[in-house]
Design a protein around this ligand. Structure first.
Ligand code: ADP
Ligand code: MG
Length: 246
């Protein structure tokens, strides 16, 4: 498990426009944190910085409680990014090593063991997405980053995948940070939600969810989400447009 301390002062791609401004805080280890904010505000940039694919122009990101100097980071990108010339099994072996028993276990727990020898082109979008999630879990990361993992899926498939993700997370207890623009999804999965403003992004609100609804029964779940949504939007009607307060 790994915690993250963010102390970013600025990040820009072009010197005349800052994407991310002052953004600091701690991402708790072993918990699920959601990052939500308007399109183009720098959410993917933030995940890339946590993953070490980008660096802040000013400020830094540090990790705590890692088993080695840099934590094992899994990254589920917005598109599945499977190797098209490899079967499901081979795609997972590329990360987990040949004959790794976790491969079969993870595929079985996601209900796609029968897709072991299929190539990505033979799989539907939803199944490709499952394979990409399975691949990240086979890697057994200390920290798992997910960039809008369930967009472009139909609602029942997305719901089922969210459940499977939570089940896998409960088994591995890694730290998870996921980006979404879906308030319902954030409220149902996350222990903590960071709301970002428009660029230059800053954190305008942090919400702690004491018992994330995805871990409750279905009926309670709906009620809790509706209540959480109503309370939040009453206090912050423009929060999804990147503005806090009334
Ligand atoms: P989000 O994920 O919140 O939609 P991004 O982090 O992808 O936003 O992008 C934030 C801003 O940074 C956008 O204006 C985008 O055009 C710009 N940007 C993102 N990546 C790059 C890049 N590699 N080079 C230049 N500009 C980029
Ligand atoms: Mg993005």
């Amino acid at each position: 498990m790994t915690g993250i301390t963010l102390n970013i002062q600025s990040k820009h791609y072009r010197s005349d426009s800052t994407v991310i401004g002052q953004l600091s805080g701690t991402i708790a280890e072993g918990k699920i944190t959601a990052i939500i904010g308007p399109s183009g505000c720098g959410k993917s940039t933030l995940l890339n910085m946590i993953a070490g694919l980008e660096t802040a122009n000013k400020g830094e990101i540090s990790f705590s409680n890692t088993r080695s100097e840099t934590p094992k980071i899994g990254y589920i990108f917005q598109t599945p990014r499977l190797m098209p010339w490899l079967t499901t099994k081979e795609n997972l072996e590329l990360i987990g090593g040949k004959g790794n028993p976790t491969i079969r276990e993870t595929l079985a727990s996601m209900g796609i063991l029968d897709k072991l020898d299929d190539y990505p082109s033979q799989l539907s979008g939803g199944i490709q997405r499952r394979v990409s999630i399975a691949r990240a879990f086979v890697y057994q990361p200390d920290l798992l980053l997910l960039d809008e993992p369930f967009t472009s899926l139909d609602a029942p498939t997305a719901d089922q995948l969210r459940e499977q993700l939570i089940a896998l997370w409960q088994r591995q207890q890694s730290t998870m940070v996921f980006v979404t623009h879906d308030l319902h999804e954030a409220l149902s999965l996350a222990d903590e939600i960071w709301f970002l403003s428009r660029s230059p992004a800053t954190c305008i609100h942090k919400l702690f969810v004491s018992q994330p609804p995805a871990r409750l029964l279905a009926a309670e779940h709906r009620q809790t989400i509706n209540e959480l949504t109503a309370n939040l939007l009453e206090a912050h009607p423009d929060i999804l447009r990147g503005k806090a307060g009334q």
